[in-house]
Design a protein around this ligand. Structure first.
Ligand code: NAI
Length: 289
């Protein structure tokens, strides 16, 4: 895409990774809508972002569909059209799966998966309608690709938003919209504070103690990548039309092992049925036929 003068809409764009993405896209000459549930984050982001009137900061809870449509309207009213959608807003709660309450599942899935769905349903038709080309980037996580015990809720939601991009990419490419799954490892951010935006009706958690520990902050924080590093990586991924935008080299073996394990589990021989072979063998490109 030719980015200067075009518009990006970044959810959760006022902190951490989203702010890093917003910075990089502004640096590339885009208009950037930073949409975030936290007003304090929006105020801080406005001060940190050096984009003048190319920045529009909007308060938005991505789980609120009517508000999402209103935010998209506001973005279009200001900048004309949305060309890049970064579904990045996310929250996390981690711990043993047996301690998870329905509220833990509903909260994390509601924001991380539901918020992404709301972004796609709200903005994809607008992108296709303006016909100037578009790009959707779902912020997933390396945990979508490499299993991390104790992160069932978070990781299964991230696998869902990765799968959305994998399915949508071949579907939409010919219509001018490119889809990318951004799967970072650990990044310096405020995600340990995510509990602050947890709605009162989903407050009952099975992880009260575990969460306290998380919020105390990790001693390895200084080793995490910075929001600027990953923001630039996302920009490069957009410019290169990458399906998987990956950042952290230490996961190479884990990614490879998963690919090898799933490949090894596939039955090599197709059933001895000519119609089956011709239909599914060709459709799914099994070279064994
Ligand atoms: P962050 O907490 O610094 O930024 C997330 C932003 O999303 C915050 O400003 C928060 O107010 C906003 N937000 C939360 N709920 C929202 C809602 N309902 N509607 C609108 N905005 C909402 O955290 P971080 O780490 O930058 O997270 C961004 C994304 O990156 C998330 O999807 C997260 O799961 C993902 N991620 C983070 C990693 C990390 O190590 N920090 C690693 C892999 C993925």
């Amino acid at each position: 895409q030719n980015l200067p003068g075009k518009t990006a809409f970044v959810t959760g764009g006022a902190s951490g990774i989203g702010l890093g993405i917003a910075k990089a896209l502004l640096g590339a000459g885009m208009n950037v809508v930073v949409a975030d549930i936290r007003q304090d984050h929006l105020d801080a982001a406005r001060a940190e972002l050096d984009g003048g009137d190319r920045v529009l900061a909007l308060q938005l809870d991505v789980t609120d569909r009517a508000a999402f449509a209103a935010a998209a309207d506001a973005a279009e009213a200001r900048f004309g059209a949305i060309h890049i959608l970064c579904n990045n807003a996310g929250v996390a709660v981690v711990g043993p799966t047996d301690l998870a309450t329905f509220a833990d599942w509903d909260w994390v899935m509601g924001v991380n998966v539901g918020g992404t769905i709301n972004g796609i349903v709200t903005i994809l038709p607008r992108m296709l309608a303006h016909g100037e080309g578009g790009h959707i980037v779902n912020t997933a996580s390396m945990s979508a690709l490499v299993p991390a015990p104790g992160t069932t809720i978070y990781s299964s939601g991230k696998a869902a938003v990765t799968s959305m991009m994998e399915c949508m990419r071949p579907e939409l490419e010919s219509r001018g919209v490119i889809c990318s799954a951004f799967c970072p490892g650990a990044v310096q951010s405020n995600i340990a504070e995510a509990g602050r935006t947890r709605p009162a009706d989903l407050a009952e958690t099975g992880y009260a103690e575990a969460d306290k520990g998380r919020q105390a902050g990790g001693s390895l924080f200084h080793l995490y990548q910075t929001k600027e590093e990953v923001g630039e990586r996302v920009l490069a991924g957009i410019l290169n039309d990458e399906l998987y935008i990956l950042t952290h080299a230490e996961f190479l073996v884990g990614v490879r092992e998963r690919g090898e394990a799933t490949s090894a589990a596939v039955q090599v021989q197709l059933p001895e049925n000519a119609e089956y072979k011709q239909t599914f063998g060709v459709l799914f490109r099994n070279s064994a036929i």
